[in-house]
Design a protein around this ligand. Structure first.
Ligand code: FAD
Ligand code: NAI
Length: 466
């Protein structure tokens, strides 16, 4: 057998890549990870999950303090000021702490960080910064980047037409932000700047925001965001953006065609999806092709069709989510080590971290009905004692169960802590729970999660509190 520099070489240090590297090292494999960024952690830690959540939290605090919303709890404040540079510095500090933490974990686990862009030379060799490194197994975890909108050129330095990376670093609060794309990024980052004082218009091509989510949840979200003051233009397409001086003019028209209009904005956020990163990897050198969507196809064990080459995370099919990438990172390392690493792709929760949060796991009601008869139980947060006590009652819990077996097929939650609440649903589904199992599980009182129990009670019988 040939001698290799490493047992495992991971390309990319995002949540997929760094987790795969750590698990491989934990399993006794000699491991390296190539990363071209200045810091480890990929999109998620540097410009994605972490900075966006830091800003969502800080902007919510500002909004609560400045809007007078705290007065209803008996907290009266004098004048409230926004210190945007301090807020951005706090976000940068969170990023620094977490990316530095990965560097510490790499050292602790004796993982070599190969600094630079990795390109395949052959299936067991990559070149990084002019040096070749060989490995018995190479894991592609190169992640994704922003999908460009033809004719709309992003320039994050200028700060007028930006993508998510530009939108987490704006130097001042825009008067009017136009968001192209009513998906997760548009609504999360639109919420940040809305709370800090911007007018926000969301232009969405489809007839509803948040594609992929349960129909009722999408409708409820649309209603709640409009109530918060978002201007949401669905079934509308952007045909161009012209920048003159410090202003942008966004041209839009109905998606089905018809008379157009223009919208003046000082910041335009392009958030129409993300595409897998495979350019410059040299996949042709190893005879690996991508599918029509630019993704690398793998088997259930995350092996590609090239022996010794594996792929995980945003670069392969499935939801582009950090926790999916992480779980695949653990599984691929275990498979390489000869164990059995499995990810149940039917039970991957997704969360939109707005206020309220919006979360789901499993099938939507629409998708479940296509497979067979279902029973649905719903419970409004308005009837949940904890939500009532803290005067934060928007949303509901919805449970979709198989009509015959009662097995839970999907759970959808709109509630301020929906992202935390959804974990119990994911665990129940992972254990193959029926709605009755959830209904007869004792839930602590008063908690938001009691709404999950009551929604489960609503599937077959009657909830107590409505
Ligand atoms: P990435 O995190 O994209 O990491 C890939 C890394 O590989 C990058 O650092 C890149 O520099 C490096 N790389 C690429 N090519 C090479 C090469 N040839 N050589 C060396 N290095 C290379 N997901 C959630 O679950 N929750 C959230 O709250 C959330 N919020 C988000 C907010 C924003 C604004 C964005 C943009 C994304 C968010 N996501 C969130 C999605 C999440 O960031 C991704 O799903 C996740 O980062 C994917 O992990 P990954 O390891 O596949 O790739
Ligand atoms: P998205 O796929 O969530 O939403 C993009 C939206 O843009 C869709 O609604 C789509 O219909 C619309 N669109 C596409 N082309 C358009 C056009 N020309 N004009 C108007 N609208 C158009 O993508 P987004 O928001 O860019 O996020 C990318 C990915 O990043 C997400 O899919 C998600 O996987 C990940 N992410 C996850 C987060 C989380 O888990 N909380 C937060 C942020 C991002």
């Amino acid at each position: 057998m040939a001698d290799f520099d490493y047992d495992v070489l991971v390309i990319g240090s995002g949540p997929g890549g760094y987790v795969a590297a750590i698990r491989a090292a934990q399993l006794g494999l000699k491991t390296a990870c190539a990363e071209s960024r200045e810091t480890l952690g990929g999109t998620c830690l540097n410009v994605g999950c972490i900075p966006s959540k830091a800003l969502l939290n800080a902007s919510e605090l500002f909004h609560e303090a400045s809007s007078g919303a705290l007065a209803k709890h008996g907290v009266k404040l004098g004048s409230v000021e926004l210190d945007l540079p301090a807020m951005l510095a706090d976000k940068d500090d969170a990023v620094k702490g977490l990316t530095g933490g990965i560097e510490f974990l790499f050292k602790k686990n004796k993982i070599d960080w190969l600094k630079g862009l990795a390109t395949f030379v052959d299936a067991h060799t990559v070149e990084v910064a002019g040096k070749k490194a060989t490995a018995k197994n190479i894991i592609i975890a190169t992640g994704s980047s922003v999908t460009p909108l033809p004719g709309v050129e992003v320039d994050n330095d200028k700060g007028i037409i930006v993508d998510s990376t530009g939108a987490i670093a704006l130097k001042k609060v825009p008067e009017h932000m136009v968001v192209i794309g009513g998906g997760v990024i548009g609504l999360e980052l639109g919420s940040v700047w809305k709370r800090l004082g911007a007018k926000v218009t969301v232009v969405e091509f489809l007839d509803q925001i948040l594609p992929g989510m349960d129909g009722e949840v999408r409708k409820e979200a649309n209603k709640l965001f409009k109530k918060q003051g978002f201007d949401i233009k669905t079934s509308t397409k952007v045909t161009g953006v012209a920048v003159k001086g410090k202003k942008a003019t966004v041209s839009v028209e109905p998606a089905a065609g018809g008379a157009g209009e223009t919208i003046e904005a000082d910041v335009v956020l392009v958030a129409i999806g993300r595409k897998p990163n495979t350019d410059g990897l040299g996949l042709d050198k190893i005879g690996l092709e991508t599918n029509k969507r630019g993704q690398i196809e793998t088997g259930h064990d995350f092996s590609t069709k090239v022996d010794g080459v594996w792929a995980i995370g945003d670069v392969i099919p499935g939801p582009m989510l950090a926790h999916k990438a992480e779980d695949e990172g653990v599984a691929v390392a275990e498979n390489i080590a000869g164990l059995t690493g499995i990810v149940n792709h039917d039970v991957i929760p997704s969360v939109v971290y707005t206020h309220p949060e919006i979360a789901g796991v499993g099938l939507t009601e629409e998708a479940a009905k296509e497979k067979g008869a279902v029973k649905v139980g719903k419970f409004p947060m308005l009837a949940n004692s904890r939500a009532k006590a803290i005067k934060d009652t928007d949303g509901f819990v919805k449970i979709i169960a198989d009509a015959d077996s009662d097995k839970v097929l999907g759970v959808w939650i709109v509630a301020s802590p929906a992202g935390t609440m959804i974990a119990q649903a994911a665990q129940a589904m992972e254990f193959g729970a029926s709605s009755e199992d959830i209904a007869y599980t004792c839930h602590a009182h008063p908690t938001h999660n009691e709404a999950v129990k009551e929604a489960a009670m609503a599937v077959t019988g009657k909830p107590i509190h409505i």
